[in-house]
Design a protein around this ligand. Structure first.
Ligand code: TA6
Length: 296
């Protein structure tokens, strides 16, 4: 259903019969809440998040498009997360459109202003789906609608902030032995160790050619997040830790202890679309009791 969120910003709430729910702000096409059937919040949203354009909302699932990170003329992580999206008037038939899903279709097209900083026309359709078991799915379809025959290239990420009880009790499985670019040492390329990743300091790594499934285990809450992705070969893992946390005005000093970003992305190899071509990038999140997932 539609309702008004913080500062009167429009948001959509999806509900599922067993009680799970998702909230999406039209500002940024930004998922800010994903609750399980017990009403437990599964995503991190900073208590100091600023719900005021042009600042991106700190937490949930920011959409990074047409660029991940900062280089060239575009602002950090592009501009999709800083724009007002609309409800898609005529969504394309999505294959996962089974009747027991709750979903909403949002659409973003560039404004005249946007065309000045990124001279391409596109249609970005985002479907947010809450499945019968409380799974959260995001499907992005981006089409090049340039009238002048020009292709364009972009990088992309679902910048997902997971809520965790205590970052020092969290393990990530699925990225062992992979190569990554370390954002903390000038994007130098390293190879990850052979066992699950744990956290005791700032991490900002872009893992390359990652598997379609990544698990984030929260020991204390006996909960495992499973991230499944399609069309998104890379995965960013980020925790700002204490120093960077203090430097962010829209982030509580201690909040780094209760969040971890694991971001399904396409970064190393930008995606190029010719006019008329469409790219699809999907991520599916589920939260399962840890016993279910250990050793899988
Ligand atoms: O997720 C990795 C990252 O690129 C970090 O380097 C950090 O900048 C983070 O994104 C947050 O970026 P933001 O623009 O949302 O503050």
């Amino acid at each position: 259903e539609f309702s008004k969120g913080v500062n009167g910003l429009d948001k959509v709430i999806l509900r599922e019969v067993r009680g799970s729910s998702v909230e999406i702000y039209l500002y940024g096409g930004h998922v800010t809440s994903w609750k399980n059937e017990h009403g437990e919040e599964l995503l991190f949203l900073s208590s100091k998040a600023i719900f005021k354009p042009p600042k991106a909302i700190r937490g949930g699932i920011p959409i990074c498009f047409p660029q991940f990170a900062a280089h060239g003329s575009l602002e950090q992580h592009g501009f999709a997360r800083n724009r007002f999206w609309s409800v898609d008037p005529d969504p394309p038939p999505f294959p996962i459109n089974s009747s027991d899903n709750a979903y909403v279709d949002l659409m973003l097209k560039p404004s005249e202003e946007d065309m000045k900083i990124w001279p391409h026309s596109f249609e970005f359709r985002l479907r947010v789906t809450l499945g019968p078991g409380g799974d959260l799915m995001l499907t992005s379809r981006i089409r090049n609608t340039n009238p002048d025959g020009k292709p364009f290239s972009f990088t992309f990420a679902y910048h997902t902030y997971f809520s965790v009880s205590d970052i020092s009790e969290v393990r990530v499985e699925g990225l062992e032995t992979l190569d990554y670019l370390d954002n903390l040492s000038n994007k130098e390329r390293f190879t990850e160790q052979g066992d699950a990743i744990t956290f005791e300091t700032e991490v900002d790594k872009i893992y390359l050619s990652t598997p379609t499934k990544i698990a984030i285990l929260d020991h204390e809450r006996k909960r495992t997040f499973v991230l499944r992705k399609d069309g998104l070969p890379d995965a960013v893992v980020w925790n700002p830790w204490d120093k960077k946390a203090k430097a962010m005005t829209d982030f509580g000093d201690d909040e780094y202890k209760h969040m971890l970003c694991v971001e399904a992305a396409a970064i190393e190899k930008p995606i190029t679309l010719k006019p008329g071509e469409e790219w699809k990038g999907r991520q599916e999140l589920s939260a399962v009791p840890s016993s279910y997932c250990s050793g899988q």
